[in-house]
Design a protein around this ligand. Structure first.
Ligand SMILES: *Cc1c(COP(=O)(O)O)cnc(C)c1O
Length: 366
């Protein structure tokens, strides 16, 4: 199919890049000039196009707004020292997007078109990619229901978008985290593994309560006795012991992070004993008291690796001072270098966008 994918490009008359300070970026505010759009009508995806980013009129009866058929992805593009653009593990992001789609009763988006769209859009927007090593071009694919007819049923029509945003660091300080012992994020059999809108809406209130107590994020736990760890905010979590590293196993209630997967591969490659298992918070407390539990960090595309400096479980505070951070900093450096093509890509995780736009222009002309 790849030779036949037609993507129509309508370029913005004028770039807004001069209005943005690429040296001083926050996360999520600035969008680039263009977006990719596709329509699902009559049972198939069509009208693949790139057009200037703009607001689109939406009927107030839109099913996504009422009942939440809405999924997304989050990935990053960076430049290597030669100035070529690299996507990080786009295949895994595409597969996860379609896993989310199936769970939410939404149509899958064809993998080949998805990859092509990512490459062409990012290549078109590559002048927006900041150079700073903590910065990147964040890529946000989104699919939402589009039917304007009320009724709790799957929509017949959908829209698919890819937006891109130049971003700086997600967190610019280490995190204080509160173990949540009242609210839950997800249960086995639910939709915790899907990047779907409702998961994030449901997390806002408990997170706000934690923030009012001076915490940055909450650590979500399994329901009922709140003893087994799930994940934190929009990140997976790792606990570094002196002789091993623990991370909660994937139960269906946890988002299967691609950063998580990458870290597990890298750490095992470095000879560490990494265990994906049920992590009991009481075991963590005991290990902390013994002096065995020395580092704690979150992992995700947006933050890469976020160090935890304080973890509170009920009335127990666990502290992880910066002078104890070793593995997390080493990992963060390595992952950053890998994404920027500064070290050998031995896992074949990066994908170049080089030439994608030229190939497309030829295909469109033909
Ligand atoms: C996206 C996300 C993550 C991290 O996944 P990555 O693929 O590493 O970016 C973790 N938890 C939640 C809830 C998420 O939405």
């Amino acid at each position: 199919m790849s030779g036949e994918i037609f993507i129509d490009i309508q370029r913005a008359e004028k770039s807004r890049i001069d209005e943005v300070d690429l040296q001083n970026l926050s996360f999520g505010k600035e969008f680039t000039d263009h977006m990719f759009v596709a329509d699902y009508v009559d049972g198939k995806w069509q009208n693949f196009r790139i057009e200037p980013l703009r607001a689109i009129p939406t009927h107030p009866g839109n099913l996504a707004w009422h009942y939440g058929q809405s999924i997304f992805e989050g990935m990053k593009a960076t430049k290597n020292p030669q100035g070529e653009v690299l996507l990080f593990r786009p295949d895994m992001h595409i597969k996860r997007f379609n896993t989310s789609a199936r769970r939410m009763c939404m149509p899958e988006f064809p993998e080949e078109v998805f990859l092509k769209a990512l490459k062409v859009l990012v290549e078109l927007e590559k002048h927006w990619i900041p150079n700073d090593k903590d910065a990147a071009l964040y890529i946000r694919p989104l699919m939402i229901a589009w039917d304007p007819h009320l009724g709790v049923k799957p929509s017949q029509s959908y829209k698919f978008f890819i937006m891109t945003l130049p971003v700086g660091p997600y967190y610019n300080k280490p995190l204080n985290i509160l173990v949540q012992t009242q609210y839950i994020r997800a249960v086995e059999g639910g939709v915790g593994f899907a990047k779907t809108a409702g998961n994030y809406a449901a997390s806002l209130y408990p997170t706000q309560l934690a923030q009012q107590q001076g915490f940055d994020q909450v650590l979500w736990m399994e329901p009922k006795d709140f003893r087994f760890v799930q994940e934190v905010g929009t990140m997976n979590i790792f606990f570094v012991f002196k002789d091993r590293i623990l991370t909660p196993r994937l139960t269906g209630a946890i988002l299967p992070g691609i950063t998580r997967d990458s870290i597990i591969h890298i750490l095992r490659d470095w000879g560490h004993d990494v265990r994906e298992e049920k992590v009991d918070i009481l075991d963590l407390v005991r290990a902390y008291e013994r002096g065995d539990f020395v580092e704690c960090f979150g992992s995700g595309t947006a933050a890469v690796i976020a160090n935890v400096q304080k973890l509170r479980y009920r009335d127990i505070d666990m502290f992880f001072p910066p002078d104890q951070w070793q593995l997390s900093l080493k990992l963060k450096d390595y992952l950053t270098q890998l994404k920027r093509g500064e070290v050998d890509d031995k896992y074949h995780w990066t994908v170049k966008t080089t030439g994608a736009l030229n190939q497309l222009v030829h295909a469109n002309d033909a």
